[in-house]
Design a protein around this ligand. Structure first.
Ligand SMILES: NCc1[nH]cc(CCC(=O)O)c1CC(=O)O
Length: 313
């Protein structure tokens, strides 16, 4: 294949870093690539994500890909709507970065060390709900903007801390500013956090094969598939209070032989702000079923929770 692949990306520092990694991997495999920056309405607006809607960062990129302006699109997987775009093929999920959330706090503090009344910034209802549920007496402050803007609120003293995806900081070379990596037991990440989605046009079979064979990591893909199936079944967008994390774990089959399985944990906030948690394990090859089954379990729990809160009122 001698054509130059045009790889589209958003213009944020994070998006450029992510796309740079993908471009390097493709070049190392002998492909000729060029990076094209596409501005999205999400980048131009400063309104809260919950108001401007899911897909603001990704739909302009997807349109450019479908129109033939670019040949490959690189997205943060967690920013993609759960519905598949029929014009595009989800060609590759590269090896995932650490999916956990991270705290960047003043004076090197951890969550547990933040004094009562501390202001912690996040624009994510998922992070806000899980922070509130820790019962630390901290004040969660709404926040938007790129990684640099958010961290600057801490350096400037406006906030005591912010919560961000560890993966974003790592990709920007700023992991050294993390003061605590939050364990999933207290803060489950967004479904697909830390993973990238690399797409091409659905009829561009050559590119699909190239992307798949050079970039795709089957374990990352299985984990993300389970997490996203859970999210889709809960019919929640990227900013809804749903967290999920799948790990590939070694288990023993009926004959005692080692097999790899998926272990999935999920959390969902109720309207009352209570957290519902559930977990399940399943076959690596049945990731979607696992995600859907765990979503149903969470929905059952939320039905019980709703009935209980009716009883109280
Ligand atoms: N919604 C913004 C967004 N989309 C992807 C990342 C980080 C990288 C990733 O999760 O892959 C971020 C920033 C953040 O949540 O801190």
């Amino acid at each position: 294949m001698n054509r130059t692949l045009r790889i589209g990306t958003r213009g944020s520092a994070l998006a450029l870093a992510q796309t740079g990694h993908v471009a390097d991997a493709l070049r190392a495999a002998g492909a000729d690539v060029e990076i094209v920056t596409i501005s999205t309405p999400g980048d131009r607006s400063s309104a809260p994500i919950a108001e401007i809607g899911i897909g603001v960062f990704t739909s302009a990129l997807r349109d450019a890909l479908a129109n033939g302006e670019i040949d490959v699109a690189v997205h943060s997987f967690k920013d993609l709507p759960t519905a598949r775009d029929p014009r595009l093929a989800p060609a590759a999920v590269p090896p995932r970065e650490d999916p956990r959330d991270a705290l960047v706090a003043r004076d090197g503090l951890t969550l547990g060390e933040l004094p009562v009344g501390s202001k912690v910034g996040t624009g994510s209802p998922r992070r806000a709900a899980q922070l509130a549920a820790l019962g630390l007496g901290i004040e969660v402050v709404a926040l938007r903007g790129n990684v640099d803007t958010r961290i600057r609120k801490v350096t400037d003293g406006e906030l005591d801390a912010v919560v961000l995806a560890r993966a974003g900081l790592t990709r920007l070379g700023r992991a050294g500013e993390i003061t605590e990596t939050l364990e999933p037991i207290q803060m489950l990440p967004a479904p697909a956090q830390g993973a990238l989605a690399v797409e091409c046009r659905v009829d561009d079979v050559d590119t699909e094969h190239l992307l798949q064979s050079t970039l795709d990591d089957s374990a990352s893909r299985a984990a993300v598939t389970a997490e996203r199936a859970l999210l889709a079944r809960l019919e929640a967008g990227c900013s809804a209070p749903v967290g999920a994390l799948a790990d590939v774990v070694e288990d023993l089959d009926d004959q005692g032989a080692a097999v790899l399985r998926l272990s999935l944990r999920g959390v969902m906030a109720t309207e009352d702000g209570d957290l519902l948690r559930a977990s399940a394990t399943g076959d690596l090859t049945a990731a979607e079923e696992l995600g859907r089954a765990l979503a149903v379990e969470l929905l059952d729990l939320s039905g019980l929770a709703a009935a209980r809160s009716e009883g109280r009122s």
